[in-house]
Design a protein around this ligand. Sequence first.
Ligand SMILES: Nc1ncnc2c1ncn2[C@@H]1O[C@H](COP(=O)(O)OP(=O)(O)OP(=O)(O)O)[C@@H](O)[C@H]1O
Ligand SMILES: [Mg+2]
Length: 492
Amino acid sequence: MNTYELLSSLKIKEIYGQLPKTIGSIHHDSRESKPNSLFACLRGYTVDGHDYYLEAIKNGATIIVAEEMLEMDLDKTALIVVKDSYKALAILASKFYSYPSQRMTLFGVTGTNGKTTVTTLMKHLLQKNNSQVALSGTNGFDFDNEISPSNNTTCDVLTNQKMLHKAHHLGIDHMIMEVSSHGLIQGRLWGIDFDIVTFTNLSQDHLDYHDTMDQYGNTKSLLFSQLGNDLSKHKAAVLNKDESWFVTYNSMTPFEVISYAIYSDADFKAVDIRYYEDATYFTLLSPEGKYPIQTKLLGEFNVYNILAAIASVYAKGDYAVADLAKTVKDIEQINGRMQKLDVDIPIRVYIDYAHTPDAIEKSISSVAPFKQNRIIFVAGTGGNRDPLKRPIMAEKASAADYVILTINDPRFEDPADILYDMEKGMQHDNYELIPDRKEAILQAIEISEPGDIVIIAGKGQEDYQIIEDKKYPHSDMDIALEKCMSKFHFKV
Ligand SMILES: Nc1ncnc2c1ncn2[C@@H]1O[C@H](COP(=O)(O)OP(=O)(O)OP(=O)(O)O)[C@@H](O)[C@H]1O
Ligand SMILES: [Mg+2]
């Protein structure tokens, strides 16, 4: 891209050296810098990009964007000093990739729990109604079913623009993004022009990062204010009316708010809900009438997720509720989200991703309606993450008849310390502590009796375990399946 065009929207403090005529790529990781590129020095929490500009130059960077004067050979590389290089990168990346979000329909979903589920449901609803969809979130990037991994639920500002550009280039016109509170507070969504933003729920998580629930809730509100103020566009916010943050988020945007709820009056409301072991049924009341819904997803929380997904796709204005409602029954269970082991055995085993107190509560209550015997719950939490939630997770897990407390990614923490923190929250004595996650899963199935429900929570479909800073192969599903095969003598 022509350098002068690229820099035209940027407020520059000083320019030193000779600017190259064109720029071929933009980077903020010096290891990825290429010849004829621009390198932005970002000050991160652990790393300062200003320490790496020489490596970027060695790799061929011809422009360095920094917040201070840096020593370099100005005959070879130009230096641009700006007030805030993170904001500068957002401006430059959006321009470099030609503002792709303005040329697509952008959906953003935020909330403590349910983001992956709701975005995946939306993807299926759109695809089954003949649209091409890209999705970014916890499970990586999905460009209309071509999957590639990502490092975070919400990626950095540059990766986001790159990914949007790629999607647009592939002819995909709908992009759905899972938006984390970390992503919002760190400005990773700057430059993204959202059309429809959706809120699932808010409960305790990440309080090691946000300090208070108010701060956490206010951070989430950034997504709604980021819809902007340009009323010439059709935009909307989709909000859960059963949540107390509804009122605040409703006031954050001048655009239409579409509400959904089970207990309050709302635009999209589920009534007459019936829960079964393999399916959930309800009646959807919507602005376009009443429709029966049948889904393979289980539990009340998934009724919320389905309402959120239907309302969000409807908010776009191109799809009839009748078509969306019909499509729901064809959507498979979401991997690792209350996913039932699909085998014919006398116990029921579910793999779930619940790793917050609220999700644990919801996970257990989702199987309560068809409980015949005991609920055995394996709860695991990670090391070096929000210790405040540990006892509350165990407290919520106490709703199960028998609880096995274990670890989920110990990282650098001593598993005994994590279990000690969790154990403080237990409300009854029917539990044991098993630090090794595999052993915990084997034990849960070993002690199960006909009619029992075993929920293995915390990891979902993830295929690794993080010990110190290394990832080791691990699959809750494979461990559970193998144990069930040996206990109940069958083969798959
Ligand atoms: N609407 C909901 N309300 C409460 N709990 C939910 C809801 N949806 C899902 N859950 C629970 O939370 C777990 C995680 O769901 P999901 O992966 O969809 O959430 P997420 O918001 O994407 O999580 P993360 O922040 O880790 O990306 C599920 O396995 C389930 O136990
Ligand atoms: Mg997620």
